[in-house]
Design a protein. Structure first.
Length: 266
């Protein structure tokens, strides 16, 4: 694994840490994109992994793009516009597409500022909890840019159109309390409680039947852009699958026998 990214496995939970604290964990470089996509796909491809936690090293979650690499020919900006388009498609835009394909649940443990693409990265995750030191900004407009990484699709689905528009058009930074009030995060904790809180949530998810968890996430993802009829048909099909699992039988038996279930992922 790249030194830009750290992964740690503890039981059924994988923790992925953006590891460029001196630069506030930018994610626009292809090396970081490659490492993050690879780590996520590896976790998703391992059925024994039941949850992933994503966080940042140091004082920031992610600064998003690297402003020092925004001159022509540097970073995502090509010498010509057509090259810039290609750089985005082959680079940072791979991240939201990779997240969209995941079935393993991903929790963002936002330890500090999540700015621009860093804010969008948090939105790519399924659940976000924040330290009191966290800050959020959809700040592209302040440097004369638009959200180039899918933020225009992601943010409104997390906090709704009016608030997403306000953040995107002002570039304003909001604190963790406002993020909680707006539904951008589900919980705010003291800084030293962030990772324990993320792990407790991951363990709570991991305690459920793994196939049902992954298929529930897949159903929720597909439902974002589908009609009710389509979602009902998909729900029936997936329900037929999980009805045949041993974990479903175990859950019913444990309930009837008034004991704790033992889920195996089968």
């Amino acid at each position: 694994m790249s030194k830009q990214l750290l992964t740690e496995r503890d039981g059924a939970v994988v923790t992925i840490t953006l590891n460029l604290p001196e630069a506030r964990n930018p994610i626009s470089d292809n090396t970081m994109v490659d490492a993050l996509v690879d780590a996520l796909q590896a976790a998703d491809g391992d059925p024994s992994v039941r949850a992933v936690i994503l966080t940042g090293a140091g004082s920031a979650f992610s600064s998003g793009g690297d402003l020092s690499k925004m001159k022509p020919g540097l970073g995502l900006r090509g010498e010509q516009p057509v090259a810039t388009v290609r750089n985005y498609r082959d680079g940072i835009q791979r991240l939201p597409l990779a997240f969209q394909q995941l079935e393993v649940p991903v929790i963002a443990a936002v330890n500090g500022p999540a700015v621009g693409a860093g804010c969008d990265l948090a939105c790519m995750c399924d659940i976000r909890i924040a330290s009191q030191t966290a800050r959020f900004a959809e700040s592209f407009v302040r440097v004369g840019l638009v959200p180039g990484d899918g933020g225009a699709w992601l943010l409104p689905r997390v906090i709704g159109w009016p608030r997403a528009t306000e953040l995107a058009l002002t570039g304003r930074m909001i604190d963790a309390a406002a993020a909680l009030d707006w539904g951008l995060v589900t919980k705010v904790v003291e800084p030293d409680e962030l990772m324990p809180a993320a792990r407790a949530l991951a363990d709570e998810i991991a305690a459920n039947p793994p196939r049902a968890v992954r298929l529930t996430k897949r159903l929720l993802r597909e439902a974002q852009d589908a009609s009710l009829g389509t979602v009902l048909n998909l729900s029936a099909a997936l329900q037929a699958v999980v009805h045949e699992t041993r974990d479903h039988e175990e859950a019913v038996d444990a309930f009837l026998e008034r004991r704790k279930p033992n889920f195996t992922g089968n």
